[in-house]
Design a protein around this ligand. Structure first.
Ligand SMILES: CC(=O)N[C@H]1[C@@H](OP(=O)(O)OP(=O)(O)OC[C@H]2O[C@@H](n3ccc(=O)[nH]c3=O)[C@H](O)[C@@H]2O)O[C@H](CO)[C@@H](O)[C@@H]1O
Length: 364
């Protein structure tokens, strides 16, 4: 028996590629050979993978973008990708094939189904993406980054969690300093791009807080480039100490020092907040496909770790009341922080490794 091979198939966005990279790193450390099957877009993220990971650039396509001709060619491109994956798998015999979503994962997963190789998928969001939905009934394990996840009839999921950055893990379960009569930190984040609606509503909501809370408040607010000036001004006008940036590179530290977080509910944001363990007010991005950000927030809200405010109900008055409620009730805030922690999965990568190794053992 040589080195077992793990074939990772993932699509072209960071959301799919980062958990794929975390698993690749862990499997390489365990002595596995790892191949990444992706398209040209995905290959741009491959630089972050351990250098020993081999890249198979596949022919694939998406119905979601491109003109009529490009779309008409998608089936042929996918068929070519599947054929070359079958040939490659007959040669390499992967011990396990794992898909992380996205169209470029279609060829490898189809070939794994055709050749009856052990196979699994990981879905980052609380609703399956198109490709994962297609393969969920045809794989040996459906791993879920978010819990609960909406699954097709008859499909069972396993909650692994979403792998997070090392800087987040270093702050896992960092002691929570509940709100009190001392400087308090409020962190406002809108996902990797920032969120206009949070810039429209949050500064005004904060300005309406009772004076005794305002006197102690420091704010870190991530805003889109075009909103930075007006958000900075709004906090200045209210006489508040605020840092406004398009992206905070030190968000794990800032989360660990925060008394409250106001955030979108992208998969990684929810994972980061739960692993560090902080109370949150979540405002799901309403236009997300299949409303997946509401699904991402659901388990966290049910665990009483966060308050959910739909975009349609977000206004400065009610947001201000929610912020005041958390910042003026230290015991309730501490309980939210504990609930957040209980919901987190700091060992998401290890859980994924266990599933891979379990499937590999079943096969031998
Ligand atoms: C708008 C949209 O469609 N977003 C999707 C996109 O998320 P998107 O990439 O926008 O957001 P995520 O919440 O998944 O990730 C954002 C990451 O950036 C970090 N951060 C954020 C702000 C900052 O200043 N500094 C910083 O480090 C967060 O802590 C988090 O780790 O892919 C996710 C995974 O499929 C989906 O769940 C989201 O719905």
């Amino acid at each position: 028996m040589g080195q077992p091979l793990l074939l990772i198939a993932a699509g072209g966005t960071g959301g799919h590629m980062f958990p794929a990279q975390a698993l690749a790193e862990a499997m390489v450390r365990r002595g596995w050979r790892v191949k990444l099957s992706t398209d040209a877009r995905g290959a741009r993220y491959a630089g972050g993978f351990p250098h020993v990971v081999e890249i198979d650039q596949v022919s694939s396509g998406t119905f979601a973008r491109g003109g009529a001709l490009a779309r008409a060619l998608v089936p042929a491109r996918i068929a070519a990708g599947v054929a070359s994956a079958v040939v490659g798998f007959l040669r390499d015999r992967p011990a396990v094939v794992v898909g992380f979503g996205g169209y470029p994962s279609i060829p490898a997963l189809s070939a794994a189904v055709a050749l009856r190789l052990p196979r699994m998928i990981h879905e980052q969001n609380g609703v399956l993406g198109r490709v994962n939905r297609l393969f969920a009934p045809r794989v040996d394990a459906v791993c879920c980054g978010t819990w609960p996840t909406d699954l097709p009839e008859g499909v069972e999921g396993y909650y692994t969690g979403n792998p997070v950055r090392a800087a987040v893990l270093e702050r896992a379960a960092a002691p929570y300093i509940a709100p009190g009569d001392y400087p308090m930190s409020l962190v406002v984040i809108g996902g990797s791009q920032g969120a206009r609606i949070l810039s429209d509503v949050v500064p005004e909501a904060i300005a309406r807080l009772p004076r005794e809370i305002l006197a102690n408040l420091r704010i870190a607010h991530q805003a889109r480039e075009e909103d930075v000036a007006r958000v900075t001004e709004a906090y200045d006008r209210a006489g508040l100490l605020a840092e406004v940036k398009t992206f905070f590179t030190d968000i794990p530290r800032r989360l660990s020092e925060a008394q409250l977080v106001i955030s979108r509910s992208g998969a990684s944001s929810v994972a980061d907040i739960s692993i560090i363990g902080r109370p949150a007010i979540l405002v799901p991005f309403a236009a997300a496909t299949a409303d997946h950000q509401t699904a991402n927030a659901r388990g966290f809200v049910e665990a009483e770790a966060a308050i959910l405010i739909p975009e349609s109900a977000l206004d400065p008055g009610s947001l201000s009341e929610h912020i005041a409620a958390v910042l003026s009730q230290p015991e309730a805030a501490r309980q939210m922080a504990r609930n957040a922690l209980a919901h987190g999965r700091p060992d998401a990568t290890e859980r994924l490794v266990e599933v891979v190794e379990h499937l590999a053992r079943k096969e031998t």
